[in-house]
Design a protein around this ligand. Structure first.
Ligand code: APR
Length: 241
């Protein structure tokens, strides 16, 4: 681990008062959940249809059984626990110096670690609704059924996850943009920054310190301190003073 990078990151965390964390699937890989585009990621495995179709609105509507087979096997199959990155952010939030976590992840691990202000741009597997009557179901209720889960009213239950072809929740996007625009520091981590509109939100950042902690390529983020290390290992070395 480059000590100078850790020292620079420590200084940034020490002087920030309104830090925002912007994360992706790479934040959960140290919890055992594969990401999408790394070599061993979800999108590089073989399926009946392309994974982007398997997680699309049209697949949910037209091939609901196939959707849920993929979703249960590849999205819900992990009994993951928060890792050092999630725990660090929850602790930093308690000091009042982290204003928000903005995540593309749907696994709920930030909240499981204790984070309160989390903008889930792509929704969450922990929220599920009947498509007929709107009744809420938690993750356990979906896991308690096999195949396509149904509501007692007979309606199909749908996860509150932004599928390809669906829009993001307006209030979530507005809240995330406000937090990013008001931040004095932003840490972007564990994301290839390839999926829009989520990846486009980072352009609202106007603050002083910008850090990218990413194993792979995250494209060009002008003015950022790049740390090509594991985000859990890295944040696990940062002290909260
Ligand atoms: N520490 C740091 N970086 C990591 C780690 C780690 N422990 N593990 C993986 N990475 C990096 C990978 O190198 C990769 O660049 O995280 C990035 C993950 O990128 P993607 O797999 O593309 O995930 P993400 O950017 O979150 O994808 C965005 O795509 O399919 C949609 O909705 C889905 O939210 C997802 C969106």
């Amino acid at each position: 681990m480059g000590d100078s990078n850790i020292e620079k990151l420590q200084e940034i965390v020490d002087r920030s008062r309104r830090l925002v964390f912007f994360g992706g699937a790479g934040v959960s890989t140290e919890s055992g959940i594969p990401d999408f585009r790394s070599k061993d990621g979800l999108y590089n495995q073989k399926y009946k249809f392309p994974p982007e179709y398997m997680l699309s609105h049209s697949c949910f509507v037209d091939r609901t059984e196939d959707f849920y087979e993929f979703y249960r096997d590849k999205i819900l199959a992990y009994e993951a626990k928060p890792n050092a990155a999630h725990l660090f952010l929850a602790e930093l939030e308690k000091t009042g110096r982290l204003s928000a976590v903005v995540t593309q992840n749907i696994d709920g691990l930030h909240q499981a670690a204790g984070s309160k202000r989390v903008f889930e741009l792509h929704g969450s597997v922990h929220r599920n609704y009947c498509t007929r009557c709107g009744k809420f179901f938690d993750l356990a209720a979906v896991k308690a059924q096999t195949g396509v889960p149904h509501c007692p009213c007979g309606g199909v239950i749908k996860p509150d996850v932004v599928l390809y072809g669906e829009g993001l929740d307006d209030d979530t996007v507005t809240g995330a943009i406000k937090a990013i625009a008001e931040a004095d520091a932003m840490i972007i981590a564990g994301t290839s920054l390839t999926v829009y509109p989520a990846a486009g939100l980072i352009r609202y950042f106007r603050g002083r310190d910008l850090v990218v902690i990413n194993l792979g390529d995250a494209g060009d983020v002008p003015g950022a301190l790049f740390i090509h290390q594991k985000v859990g290992e890295t944040l696990g070395q940062i002290k909260i003073k």
